[in-house]
Design a protein around this ligand. Structure first.
Ligand code: NDP
Length: 286
């Protein structure tokens, strides 16, 4: 029977275990807080009584933890020999450097790391369009493709163990800041008696940034920051209006202030008449 170990039963690890159980896998689970496994055990998962037992139960061990510090804390509980021969699909998010260090550390104990960056929230696990960035040894990933694809599709980036973490962090960088912008906008809306539901169709249009990304990406890549369509000085004036509107609404202004600071730095660096894309260079100088 196909089998796998899942260590870490936060919302993501729970969804992954459920997907494996649904796919007919024998699943061994371990979690720092054992009670998080209770419901999965009633559905057929096997609870490992120790980290060592979890590691040695299967060749493929999926890690889904808050960060790599959690991984260190967990793996320190098992004798090093328990890792020998394991393939550790580390779907824990952290920095590219941590991913590379962990891969080297695991290699020193006879284990191979596959680094993964999951691109969907837990309800997306096991759904057709879900994808995960993967990097690390291609042959190992290919050997475990069927098991990995129970969770999501595979977007393979290369042998460098840090690549999947890097792509993931770049995506999350954009995601959190864009989502924070959405939340800030909804705070201004609510402060003015407009519900998030009422504003939803407008928010959907505004946050649909595909047109801008397709327009800007080739220009950024080519270093073309011509201010023929948009200018940093326009962005600065516009953000000042946003900040004043937020202040008049009694909404915290620190988020627009951060954007204002960036635009002001762009103008101070001589980019007032250049496109907003010139701010990429301003940001890189920090
Ligand atoms: P959580 O932060 O909820 O994961 C918590 C898991 O990590 C739990 O099993 C928790 O154990 C364990 N843990 C944390 N610290 C320690 C520690 N010091 N020692 C032992 N175990 C520890 O995250 P999610 O389940 O939501 O996500 C898992 C990973 O997937 C994260 O890296 C996240 O960034 C990534 N991810 C999450 C997405 C999401 O929408 N949730 C989307 C895409 C990626 P305990 O139960 O005992 O607290």
């Amino acid at each position: 029977m196909r089998s796998v170990t899942v260590i870490g039963l936060g919302p993501m690890g729970q969804a992954m275990t459920a997907a494996y159980l649904g796919g007919g896998y024998e699943v061994t689970v371990w979690n720092r807080t054992p009670a998080r496994a209770d419901e999965l055990v009633t559905r057929g998962a096997r609870r490992a009584e120790s980290v060592e037992a979890a590691l040695t139960a299967n060749e493929l061990v999926v890690l889904s933890l808050t960060d790599y510090d959690a991984m260190d804390a967990i793996l320190a509980q098992a004798p090093p020999a328990a890792l020998n021969g394991r393939v550790v699909a580390n779907l824990t998010s952290d920095t590219p450097d941590r991913a590379r260090q962990a891969a080297a550390w695991l290699a020193g104990r006879g284990a191979v790391q596959i680094t993964g960056g999951v691109q969907v929230p837990p309800p997306g696990i096991g759904t057709p369009d879900a994808m995960t960035y993967y990097s690390g040894p291609k042959d190992t990933i290919e050997a475990h493709r069927p098991a990995l694809e129970v969770l999501t599709g595979i977007e393979y980036l290369g042998e460098d163990q840090g690549l999947a973490a890097l792509y993931y962090q770049i995506g999350i960088d954009m995601f959190w800041t864009a989502l924070a912008g959405y939340l800030h906008g909804q705070a201004v809306a609510e402060a003015n008696g407009i519900s998030a539901e009422d504003f939803l169709p407008h928010a959907m249009k505004t946050m649909n940034l595909g047109y801008f990304l397709e327009f800007y990406a080739p220009r950024i890549a080519a270093g073309n920051h011509e201010g023929d369509v948009d200018r940093v000085s326009m962005g600065l004036a516009s953000m000042e209006h946003v900040q004043r509107t937020a202040q008049a609404s009694g909404v915290d202004g620190s988020l627009p202030a951060a954007v204002l600071k960036l635009f002001r730095e762009g103008v101070a660096a001589g980019h007032g008449q250049d496109s907003l894309t010139s701010l990429v260079g301003v940001l890189k100088r920090h």
